[in-house]
Design a protein around this ligand. Structure first.
Ligand code: ACO
Length: 398
Protein backbone atom coordinates (compact mmCIF):
# COMPACT_ATOMS: atom_id res chain seq x y z
CA UNK A 1 0.00 0.00 0.00
CA UNK A 2 1.15 3.55 -0.67
CA UNK A 3 2.29 5.44 2.45
CA UNK A 4 0.69 8.89 1.89
CA UNK A 5 2.73 10.57 4.63
CA UNK A 6 5.95 9.58 2.78
CA UNK A 7 4.61 11.03 -0.47
CA UNK A 8 3.89 14.30 1.34
CA UNK A 9 7.47 14.43 2.58
CA UNK A 10 8.74 13.94 -0.96
CA UNK A 11 6.83 16.97 -2.26
CA UNK A 12 9.16 19.27 -0.27
CA UNK A 13 8.54 22.76 1.04
CA UNK A 14 6.48 25.29 -0.89
CA UNK A 15 7.43 28.96 -0.68
CA UNK A 16 4.36 31.18 -0.80
CA UNK A 17 5.14 34.51 -2.45
CA UNK A 18 1.99 36.05 -4.00
CA UNK A 19 2.89 38.37 -6.85
CA UNK A 20 6.43 36.88 -6.79
CA UNK A 21 7.65 39.91 -4.85
CA UNK A 22 10.83 38.16 -3.74
CA UNK A 23 11.08 35.19 -6.07
CA UNK A 24 13.54 34.99 -8.93
CA UNK A 25 12.23 32.92 -11.82
CA UNK A 26 15.36 32.69 -13.96
CA UNK A 27 18.95 33.75 -14.51
CA UNK A 28 19.32 36.38 -17.22
CA UNK A 29 22.13 38.28 -18.92
CA UNK A 30 19.90 40.83 -20.61
CA UNK A 31 18.88 43.62 -18.24
CA UNK A 32 20.33 44.83 -14.95
CA UNK A 33 18.02 46.75 -12.65
CA UNK A 34 18.74 48.19 -9.19
CA UNK A 35 15.50 49.44 -7.67
CA UNK A 36 17.13 51.21 -4.71
CA UNK A 37 19.68 53.12 -6.76
CA UNK A 38 17.43 53.65 -9.79
CA UNK A 39 19.81 51.92 -12.23
CA UNK A 40 18.73 50.33 -15.50
CA UNK A 41 21.17 48.81 -18.00
CA UNK A 42 20.70 46.75 -21.16
CA UNK A 43 23.55 44.23 -21.63
CA UNK A 44 25.70 46.44 -19.38
CA UNK A 45 25.03 49.75 -21.16
CA UNK A 46 23.28 52.46 -19.16
CA UNK A 47 19.80 53.43 -20.28
CA UNK A 48 20.77 57.10 -20.13
CA UNK A 49 23.63 56.61 -22.57
CA UNK A 50 21.63 54.44 -24.96
CA UNK A 51 18.70 56.89 -25.00
CA UNK A 52 21.12 59.71 -25.77
CA UNK A 53 23.40 58.10 -28.35
CA UNK A 54 21.82 55.02 -29.88
CA UNK A 55 18.66 54.29 -31.81
CA UNK A 56 15.90 51.76 -31.50
CA UNK A 57 16.94 49.05 -33.97
CA UNK A 58 20.52 49.19 -32.72
CA UNK A 59 19.29 48.76 -29.14
CA UNK A 60 16.97 45.96 -30.30
CA UNK A 61 19.94 44.15 -31.82
CA UNK A 62 21.96 44.67 -28.63
CA UNK A 63 19.20 43.34 -26.41
CA UNK A 64 18.44 40.31 -28.57
CA UNK A 65 21.96 39.29 -29.65
CA UNK A 66 24.03 40.62 -26.75
CA UNK A 67 26.42 43.02 -28.52
CA UNK A 68 26.18 46.37 -30.26
CA UNK A 69 26.28 45.71 -34.03
CA UNK A 70 28.93 47.17 -36.36
CA UNK A 71 27.65 49.69 -38.93
CA UNK A 72 27.57 46.95 -41.61
CA UNK A 73 25.89 44.45 -39.30
CA UNK A 74 23.20 46.94 -38.37
CA UNK A 75 22.55 47.78 -42.01
CA UNK A 76 22.22 44.09 -42.78
CA UNK A 77 19.82 43.68 -39.82
CA UNK A 78 17.62 46.51 -41.09
CA UNK A 79 17.62 45.01 -44.59
CA UNK A 80 16.76 41.58 -43.24
CA UNK A 81 13.81 43.07 -41.34
CA UNK A 82 12.61 44.69 -44.57
CA UNK A 83 12.43 41.24 -46.22
CA UNK A 84 9.58 40.29 -43.89
CA UNK A 85 7.43 43.41 -43.84
CA UNK A 86 4.69 41.99 -46.07
CA UNK A 87 1.75 40.73 -44.04
CA UNK A 88 -0.55 38.18 -45.66
CA UNK A 89 -3.69 39.65 -47.24
CA UNK A 90 -5.61 36.95 -45.37
CA UNK A 91 -4.69 38.68 -42.10
CA UNK A 92 -6.88 41.54 -43.30
CA UNK A 93 -9.90 39.24 -43.33
CA UNK A 94 -9.28 38.49 -39.66
CA UNK A 95 -8.88 42.20 -38.94
CA UNK A 96 -12.14 42.91 -40.80
CA UNK A 97 -14.02 40.71 -38.35
CA UNK A 98 -13.38 43.07 -35.43
CA UNK A 99 -15.76 45.91 -34.61
CA UNK A 100 -14.20 49.35 -35.11
CA UNK A 101 -14.73 50.04 -31.42
CA UNK A 102 -12.47 47.14 -30.33
CA UNK A 103 -9.52 48.22 -28.19
CA UNK A 104 -6.31 48.14 -30.29
CA UNK A 105 -4.52 46.01 -27.67
CA UNK A 106 -7.17 43.27 -27.90
CA UNK A 107 -6.91 43.33 -31.68
CA UNK A 108 -3.09 43.34 -31.55
CA UNK A 109 -2.98 40.33 -29.25
CA UNK A 110 -5.36 38.42 -31.55
CA UNK A 111 -3.51 39.37 -34.73
CA UNK A 112 -0.15 38.41 -33.20
CA UNK A 113 -1.58 35.04 -32.30
CA UNK A 114 -3.09 34.74 -35.81
CA UNK A 115 0.41 35.11 -37.29
CA UNK A 116 1.06 31.56 -36.05
CA UNK A 117 -1.45 30.35 -38.65
CA UNK A 118 0.72 31.80 -41.42
CA UNK A 119 4.01 30.71 -39.83
CA UNK A 120 3.07 27.36 -38.30
CA UNK A 121 6.57 25.91 -37.91
CA UNK A 122 7.89 26.37 -34.40
CA UNK A 123 11.29 28.10 -34.23
CA UNK A 124 14.26 26.00 -33.19
CA UNK A 125 16.07 28.40 -30.84
CA UNK A 126 19.29 26.38 -31.24
CA UNK A 127 19.29 26.92 -34.98
CA UNK A 128 20.98 30.31 -35.42
CA UNK A 129 19.57 30.99 -38.88
CA UNK A 130 16.02 30.01 -37.95
CA UNK A 131 16.16 32.12 -34.80
CA UNK A 132 17.61 35.11 -36.66
CA UNK A 133 14.87 34.94 -39.32
CA UNK A 134 12.21 34.64 -36.61
CA UNK A 135 13.60 37.76 -34.89
CA UNK A 136 13.52 39.79 -38.13
CA UNK A 137 10.10 38.46 -39.07
CA UNK A 138 8.59 39.32 -35.68
CA UNK A 139 10.06 42.83 -35.58
CA UNK A 140 8.81 43.48 -39.13
CA UNK A 141 5.29 42.11 -38.95
CA UNK A 142 4.48 43.29 -35.42
CA UNK A 143 4.95 46.93 -36.41
CA UNK A 144 2.66 46.57 -39.41
CA UNK A 145 -0.17 44.82 -37.56
CA UNK A 146 0.18 47.18 -34.58
CA UNK A 147 -0.53 50.18 -36.82
CA UNK A 148 -3.31 48.31 -38.63
CA UNK A 149 -5.24 48.20 -35.32
CA UNK A 150 -5.39 52.02 -35.50
CA UNK A 151 -6.29 52.19 -39.21
CA UNK A 152 -9.08 49.71 -38.55
CA UNK A 153 -10.43 51.72 -35.60
CA UNK A 154 -10.61 54.79 -37.83
CA UNK A 155 -12.09 52.92 -40.80
CA UNK A 156 -9.13 53.96 -42.96
CA UNK A 157 -7.49 51.88 -45.71
CA UNK A 158 -4.44 49.98 -44.51
CA UNK A 159 -0.94 51.20 -45.25
CA UNK A 160 2.10 49.11 -46.17
CA UNK A 161 5.68 49.24 -44.96
CA UNK A 162 7.85 51.58 -47.02
CA UNK A 163 11.26 49.98 -47.51
CA UNK A 164 12.86 53.32 -48.41
CA UNK A 165 12.53 54.78 -44.91
CA UNK A 166 13.54 53.71 -41.39
CA UNK A 167 11.63 51.56 -38.90
CA UNK A 168 10.40 54.34 -36.60
CA UNK A 169 9.51 56.56 -39.57
CA UNK A 170 7.55 53.62 -40.88
CA UNK A 171 5.52 53.60 -37.69
CA UNK A 172 4.35 57.15 -38.42
CA UNK A 173 3.82 56.48 -42.12
CA UNK A 174 1.87 53.26 -41.48
CA UNK A 175 -0.30 55.14 -38.98
CA UNK A 176 -0.92 58.43 -40.74
CA UNK A 177 -0.04 58.29 -44.44
CA UNK A 178 -2.94 59.35 -46.67
CA UNK A 179 -3.83 57.17 -49.68
CA UNK A 180 -1.39 57.83 -52.56
CA UNK A 181 0.25 60.67 -50.65
CA UNK A 182 3.90 60.72 -49.57
CA UNK A 183 4.48 60.87 -45.85
CA UNK A 184 7.21 63.06 -44.53
CA UNK A 185 7.67 62.72 -40.83
CA UNK A 186 8.86 65.51 -38.59
CA UNK A 187 12.41 64.54 -37.41
CA UNK A 188 11.61 65.82 -33.90
CA UNK A 189 8.71 63.38 -33.72
CA UNK A 190 10.86 60.50 -35.00
CA UNK A 191 13.63 61.24 -32.49
CA UNK A 192 11.18 61.43 -29.60
CA UNK A 193 9.50 58.16 -30.56
CA UNK A 194 12.84 56.45 -31.04
CA UNK A 195 13.91 57.48 -27.55
CA UNK A 196 10.63 56.31 -26.03
CA UNK A 197 10.94 52.92 -27.75
CA UNK A 198 14.50 52.55 -26.38
CA UNK A 199 13.32 53.36 -22.85
CA UNK A 200 10.64 50.66 -23.06
CA UNK A 201 12.77 48.00 -24.77
CA UNK A 202 13.31 45.68 -21.79
CA UNK A 203 12.70 45.64 -18.07
CA UNK A 204 13.68 42.19 -16.83
CA UNK A 205 10.98 39.97 -15.32
CA UNK A 206 7.97 42.33 -15.36
CA UNK A 207 4.45 40.91 -15.76
CA UNK A 208 4.35 40.75 -19.58
CA UNK A 209 7.92 39.49 -19.97
CA UNK A 210 7.42 36.78 -17.35
CA UNK A 211 4.26 35.84 -19.24
CA UNK A 212 6.20 35.54 -22.51
CA UNK A 213 8.81 33.34 -20.80
CA UNK A 214 6.16 31.28 -19.03
CA UNK A 215 4.12 30.61 -22.18
CA UNK A 216 7.30 29.90 -24.15
CA UNK A 217 8.48 27.48 -21.46
CA UNK A 218 5.79 25.03 -22.64
CA UNK A 219 7.54 25.26 -26.05
CA UNK A 220 4.68 27.33 -27.48
CA UNK A 221 5.92 29.38 -30.44
CA UNK A 222 7.30 32.91 -30.46
CA UNK A 223 4.16 34.60 -31.88
CA UNK A 224 1.89 32.77 -29.43
CA UNK A 225 4.13 33.75 -26.50
CA UNK A 226 4.28 37.38 -27.60
CA UNK A 227 0.53 37.49 -28.08
CA UNK A 228 0.20 36.48 -24.41
CA UNK A 229 2.70 39.21 -23.48
CA UNK A 230 0.54 41.80 -25.27
CA UNK A 231 -2.47 40.73 -23.20
CA UNK A 232 -0.49 40.96 -19.96
CA UNK A 233 0.82 44.40 -20.90
CA UNK A 234 -2.67 45.70 -21.57
CA UNK A 235 -3.71 45.79 -17.89
CA UNK A 236 -3.84 49.22 -16.19
CA UNK A 237 -1.44 48.10 -13.45
CA UNK A 238 1.18 47.42 -16.15
CA UNK A 239 1.49 48.99 -19.62
CA UNK A 240 -2.15 50.05 -19.73
CA UNK A 241 -1.20 52.66 -17.14
CA UNK A 242 0.03 55.06 -19.86
CA UNK A 243 -3.50 55.34 -21.25
CA UNK A 244 -4.98 55.49 -17.72
CA UNK A 245 -2.59 58.32 -16.75
CA UNK A 246 -3.69 60.51 -19.61
CA UNK A 247 -7.36 59.81 -18.98
CA UNK A 248 -6.82 60.72 -15.32
CA UNK A 249 -5.02 63.96 -16.21
CA UNK A 250 -7.73 64.86 -18.72
CA UNK A 251 -10.37 64.24 -16.07
CA UNK A 252 -8.53 66.46 -13.56
CA UNK A 253 -8.30 69.17 -16.22
CA UNK A 254 -11.96 68.84 -17.24
CA UNK A 255 -13.15 69.07 -13.63
CA UNK A 256 -11.29 72.28 -12.80
CA UNK A 257 -7.66 71.16 -12.38
CA UNK A 258 -7.80 70.26 -8.67
CA UNK A 259 -4.87 67.80 -8.47
CA UNK A 260 -4.99 67.66 -4.67
CA UNK A 261 -8.50 66.21 -4.77
CA UNK A 262 -7.16 63.26 -6.76
CA UNK A 263 -4.22 62.91 -4.43
CA UNK A 264 -6.64 62.62 -1.49
CA UNK A 265 -8.71 60.06 -3.42
CA UNK A 266 -5.59 57.96 -4.07
CA UNK A 267 -4.78 57.95 -0.34
CA UNK A 268 -8.30 56.97 0.72
CA UNK A 269 -8.20 53.26 1.49
CA UNK A 270 -11.97 53.01 0.96
CA UNK A 271 -11.56 54.24 -2.59
CA UNK A 272 -10.10 51.81 -5.15
CA UNK A 273 -8.64 54.75 -7.13
CA UNK A 274 -4.84 54.80 -7.45
CA UNK A 275 -2.70 57.58 -8.78
CA UNK A 276 -1.94 56.16 -12.21
CA UNK A 277 1.70 56.36 -13.28
CA UNK A 278 2.87 56.27 -9.66
CA UNK A 279 4.57 53.45 -7.82
CA UNK A 280 6.62 50.54 -9.02
CA UNK A 281 7.21 47.01 -7.84
CA UNK A 282 10.99 47.31 -8.07
CA UNK A 283 11.90 51.02 -8.10
CA UNK A 284 11.66 52.29 -4.56
CA UNK A 285 13.62 55.49 -5.08
CA UNK A 286 12.94 56.69 -8.59
CA UNK A 287 12.38 55.23 -12.04
CA UNK A 288 15.36 56.31 -14.21
CA UNK A 289 13.17 56.10 -17.33
CA UNK A 290 10.68 58.58 -15.84
CA UNK A 291 13.49 61.11 -15.31
CA UNK A 292 14.54 60.93 -18.96
CA UNK A 293 10.94 61.01 -20.19
CA UNK A 294 10.03 64.02 -18.06
CA UNK A 295 12.92 65.98 -19.58
CA UNK A 296 11.99 64.76 -23.06
CA UNK A 297 8.36 65.85 -22.53
CA UNK A 298 9.52 69.39 -21.78
CA UNK A 299 11.83 69.44 -24.81
CA UNK A 300 9.38 67.88 -27.28
CA UNK A 301 6.49 70.15 -26.32
CA UNK A 302 8.72 73.22 -26.48
CA UNK A 303 10.21 72.27 -29.86
CA UNK A 304 6.83 71.44 -31.36
CA UNK A 305 5.38 74.62 -29.87
CA UNK A 306 2.70 72.67 -27.98
CA UNK A 307 1.33 74.35 -24.89
CA UNK A 308 -0.51 71.57 -23.10
CA UNK A 309 -2.21 72.33 -19.77
CA UNK A 310 -2.11 68.58 -19.06
CA UNK A 311 1.69 68.80 -18.65
CA UNK A 312 1.26 71.48 -15.99
CA UNK A 313 -1.28 69.34 -14.14
CA UNK A 314 1.09 66.37 -14.27
CA UNK A 315 3.92 68.46 -12.81
CA UNK A 316 1.65 69.83 -10.08
CA UNK A 317 0.48 66.34 -9.20
CA UNK A 318 4.03 65.03 -9.07
CA UNK A 319 5.25 67.93 -6.91
CA UNK A 320 2.38 67.47 -4.43
CA UNK A 321 2.85 63.68 -4.28
CA UNK A 322 6.60 64.00 -3.67
CA UNK A 323 5.84 66.22 -0.63
CA UNK A 324 3.09 63.98 0.68
CA UNK A 325 3.74 61.68 3.64
CA UNK A 326 1.54 58.88 2.21
CA UNK A 327 3.56 58.71 -1.02
CA UNK A 328 6.91 59.34 0.67
CA UNK A 329 6.48 56.60 3.28
CA UNK A 330 5.51 54.07 0.60
CA UNK A 331 8.27 55.12 -1.82
CA UNK A 332 5.80 55.98 -4.55
CA UNK A 333 7.42 57.93 -7.40
CA UNK A 334 6.39 58.61 -11.01
CA UNK A 335 7.06 55.58 -13.21
CA UNK A 336 7.75 55.27 -16.96
CA UNK A 337 4.08 55.74 -17.79
CA UNK A 338 3.58 59.05 -16.01
CA UNK A 339 5.00 61.39 -18.67
CA UNK A 340 5.13 59.16 -21.77
CA UNK A 341 1.46 59.76 -22.64
CA UNK A 342 1.99 63.51 -22.65
CA UNK A 343 4.64 63.11 -25.34
CA UNK A 344 2.52 60.67 -27.35
CA UNK A 345 -0.36 63.16 -27.20
CA UNK A 346 1.88 65.97 -28.42
CA UNK A 347 2.97 63.75 -31.31
CA UNK A 348 -0.66 63.25 -32.34
CA UNK A 349 -0.99 59.63 -31.19
CA UNK A 350 -4.55 58.73 -30.10
CA UNK A 351 -4.88 57.79 -26.42
CA UNK A 352 -6.01 54.20 -26.91
CA UNK A 353 -2.88 53.54 -29.01
CA UNK A 354 -0.51 54.44 -26.15
CA UNK A 355 -0.20 50.88 -24.85
CA UNK A 356 0.33 49.62 -28.40
CA UNK A 357 3.34 51.95 -28.60
CA UNK A 358 4.61 50.45 -25.36
CA UNK A 359 4.24 46.99 -26.94
CA UNK A 360 6.23 48.03 -30.03
CA UNK A 361 8.98 49.32 -27.74
CA UNK A 362 8.93 46.22 -25.51
CA UNK A 363 9.00 43.74 -28.42
CA UNK A 364 12.82 43.31 -28.54
CA UNK A 365 12.81 42.58 -24.81
CA UNK A 366 10.13 39.92 -25.17
CA UNK A 367 12.00 38.32 -28.08
CA UNK A 368 15.35 38.39 -26.25
CA UNK A 369 13.87 36.87 -23.10
CA UNK A 370 12.07 34.14 -25.06
CA UNK A 371 15.28 33.34 -26.95
CA UNK A 372 17.34 33.24 -23.76
CA UNK A 373 14.79 31.03 -22.01
CA UNK A 374 14.80 28.51 -24.87
CA UNK A 375 18.59 28.59 -25.34
CA UNK A 376 19.07 28.00 -21.62
CA UNK A 377 16.73 25.01 -21.89
CA UNK A 378 14.68 26.25 -18.97
CA UNK A 379 12.11 23.80 -17.62
CA UNK A 380 8.40 24.41 -18.03
CA UNK A 381 7.17 27.13 -15.64
CA UNK A 382 4.83 25.56 -13.15
CA UNK A 383 4.41 27.23 -9.74
CA UNK A 384 2.77 25.45 -6.82
CA UNK A 385 0.03 26.69 -4.48
CA UNK A 386 -1.22 26.37 -0.92
CA UNK A 387 -4.63 24.76 -1.16
CA UNK A 388 -7.19 26.51 1.07
CA UNK A 389 -10.40 24.89 -0.18
CA UNK A 390 -12.62 22.12 1.25
CA UNK A 391 -11.19 18.83 2.46
CA UNK A 392 -12.69 15.74 0.80
CA UNK A 393 -16.48 16.05 0.52
CA UNK A 394 -18.96 13.32 -0.24
CA UNK A 395 -20.97 13.74 -3.45
CA UNK A 396 -24.69 13.67 -2.66
CA UNK A 397 -27.03 13.83 -5.65
CA UNK A 398 -29.62 16.63 -5.21
N1 ACO B 1 -1.60 55.30 -5.72
C1 ACO B 1 -1.92 55.17 -4.40
N2 ACO B 1 -1.42 54.22 -3.59
C2 ACO B 1 -0.55 53.36 -4.13
C3 ACO B 1 -0.16 53.41 -5.48
C4 ACO B 1 -0.71 54.44 -6.28
N3 ACO B 1 -0.38 54.53 -7.58
N4 ACO B 1 0.71 52.42 -5.74
C5 ACO B 1 0.87 51.75 -4.59
N5 ACO B 1 0.11 52.32 -3.61
C6 ACO B 1 0.05 51.92 -2.20
C7 ACO B 1 -0.77 50.66 -2.00
O1 ACO B 1 -2.13 50.96 -1.76
C8 ACO B 1 -0.08 50.05 -0.79
O2 ACO B 1 -0.51 50.78 0.36
P1 ACO B 1 -0.62 50.03 1.78
O3 ACO B 1 0.78 49.66 2.16
O4 ACO B 1 -1.22 51.06 2.69
O5 ACO B 1 -1.51 48.86 1.58
C9 ACO B 1 1.39 50.38 -1.02
O6 ACO B 1 1.39 51.57 -1.81
C10 ACO B 1 2.18 49.30 -1.75
O7 ACO B 1 1.50 49.02 -2.98
P2 ACO B 1 1.41 47.58 -3.63
O8 ACO B 1 0.18 47.52 -4.48
O9 ACO B 1 1.60 46.52 -2.60
O10 ACO B 1 2.69 47.61 -4.55
P3 ACO B 1 2.99 46.66 -5.75
O11 ACO B 1 4.46 46.59 -5.88
O12 ACO B 1 2.24 45.38 -5.62
O13 ACO B 1 2.35 47.41 -7.02
C11 ACO B 1 2.08 48.88 -8.85
C12 ACO B 1 3.08 48.18 -7.91
C13 ACO B 1 1.12 47.85 -9.45
C14 ACO B 1 2.86 49.51 -10.01
C15 ACO B 1 1.31 49.95 -8.05
O14 ACO B 1 2.20 50.92 -7.54
C16 ACO B 1 0.21 50.63 -8.87
O15 ACO B 1 -0.92 50.11 -8.94
N6 ACO B 1 0.52 51.80 -9.53
C17 ACO B 1 -0.45 52.47 -10.38
C18 ACO B 1 -0.49 51.80 -11.75
C19 ACO B 1 0.74 52.06 -12.57
O16 ACO B 1 1.20 53.19 -12.71
N7 ACO B 1 1.27 50.99 -13.18
C20 ACO B 1 2.45 51.08 -14.07
C21 ACO B 1 3.65 50.45 -13.43
S1 ACO B 1 5.07 50.60 -14.45
C22 ACO B 1 4.84 49.44 -15.62
O17 ACO B 1 4.28 48.40 -15.43
C23 ACO B 1 5.32 49.72 -16.94
Amino acid sequence: AVDISKLRDMSGVITLDPGYKNSGSCKSEITFLDGELGILRYRGYSIEELAEKSHFLEVSYLIIFGELPSVERLEQFENDIRKFTIVSEEMKIILDGFPRTAHPMGVLSSLTSALTAFNPKSVDADNEKEMYDAVCKTIAKFLVIATWTYRKSMGYPLNYYDNTIGYVENFMSLMFKLPNGPYSANPIVIDALDKLFILHADHEQNCSTSTVRMVGSSHAGLFASISAGVSALWGPLHGGANQAVLEMLEEIHATGGDADKYLAKAKDKNDPFRLMGFGHRVYKNFDPRAKIIKKAADEVLATLGVNDPILEIAKKLEASALEDEYFKSRNLYPNVDFYSGIIYRALGIPTDMFTVLFAIGRLPGWIAQWKEMRENKEPIGRPRQIYTGYPLREYVKS
